[in-house]
Design a protein around this ligand. Sequence first.
Ligand code: 2AM
Ligand code: CA
Length: 266
Amino acid sequence: MQAFLNTAVKAARKAGEIAIRAQRRLDELEVREKARNEFVTQVDQAAEQAIIATIRERYPDHAVLAEESGRSGSGEFEWIIDPLDGTTNYVHGFPVFAISIALRRRGQLEAGVVYDPVRQELFTTLRGSGVQLDGRRVRVSGRRELDGALIGTGFPYRSNVRWMTPYLGMLRDVMQHTAGIRRPGSAALDLAYLAAGRTDGFFEFGLECWDIAAGLLMVQEAGGLVTGLTPGPVLESGNILAGSPKVHDALRDLLLPHLNATPPAA
Ligand code: 2AM
Ligand code: CA
């Protein structure tokens, strides 16, 4: 499994270099919003192609599920790839974005990498072996209650407005019961930070499986809990709640009543 991880790390670093190099050009470009978006789409695609090429070079028969190019191949091994998580930040030059790569074998997550090319921080995990940040073992925080906890989240974006009403109620409650909320804008990095004990909990609706696959395994391997805010597998619903064990449970008690009180708009 270590060999898989090495390949994922190599791929993530290549994608990171592409993103950083292109961002310098993006800063220099005087362009319309649409042109910016098109440029960024090209960066996403180039980063994704670099990742897939690196994986395929080593493992030509593995399947791939990637944000830009979708699903290709089939078989026991499947790589789940987000070449640039935090695209909105990236477009604006807000320096919070990441590359996320996970490996799933027969439906079970086996390995994950989240790479922050701005800070050059590398989070890695293998099932059964914990989580490392730049080679040093990290764990979720030992916080036992919401009081004093720092909670990460993401807002429901346009296509997910159906969660708006329950979500705003949740925000109000979390603000009142914790040390604070952070909304950095990359779910992959949010989960990696949680795994490293930098936050104590995280929740968001409507994420895609490539946003969270690597981070989900990281939180679990770092001693945390991950569950769905709605029924069904969290990689499918994308409605995720995660935390160090006690904070996860306390957040769950705080958040779930909002879903019962205000069912999402159809
Ligand atoms: P992305 O940057 O790869 O799109 C921010 O709340 C998180 O939601 C990011 O991880 C972002 O990933 C993800 N996300 C998924 N789909 C999105 C969308 N349509 N608009 C904004 N963020 C989206
Ligand atoms: Ca993403």
